[in-house]
Ligand binder design. Structure first.
Ligand SMILES: [Zn+2]
Length: 142
């Protein structure tokens, strides 16, 4: 299984224009190609994805990030030395779908958790808000 590395970047910073530089398949940006993509497994900073398709099966694509790099592998064994169309579609899907992106994007995850904590604290006990925000901002409670 070939692995492609996007060095010195992460899902928080990666743009569609960056992604275009790493693949020969610009068609990955068509929305109908990503709407049926779903994770077989997903956890913080890693997931295995596939897609429901009526055509011949879609391979399994693994996307992980650590040490300021994004790693993508695909079982199609594309020999091009760039991201295959499956990898490009899956990474694009992660960028576009917040429900998947939140597993890879620290900034998005932080903002969502902070908003949820603020709402909960506000409703239950407004006097706790400064403590909540302080703890979350310092990553002590997450
Ligand atoms: Zn592939």
């Amino acid at each position: 299984m070939n692995e492609y590395v996007l060095s010195d970047t992460n899902i928080s910073n990666l743009s569609v224009f960056d992604l275009l530089k790493h693949t020969a398949h610009a068609g990955f940006m068509e929305q109908e190609n990503i709407q049926d993509i779903y994770p077989l497994t997903i956890e913080l900073n890693t997931g295995i994805f596939t897609r429901d398709t009526s055509a011949a099966g879609f391979p399994e694509v693994t996307v992980s990030q650590f040490n300021d790099s994004v790693y993508a592998s695909c079982s199609c064994n594309n020999p091009s030395g760039k991201l295959c169309v499956h990898q490009a579609e899956v990474i694009y899907c992660i960028l576009e779908q917040n429900s998947y992106r939140i597993f890879f994007d620290n900034k998005l995850r932080h903002a969502k958790l902070l908003a949820a904590a603020r709402n909960t604290a506000w409703r239950r006990n407004p006097t706790l808000i400064p403590t909540f925000i302080c703890d979350i901002t310092a990553d002590r409670s997450i």
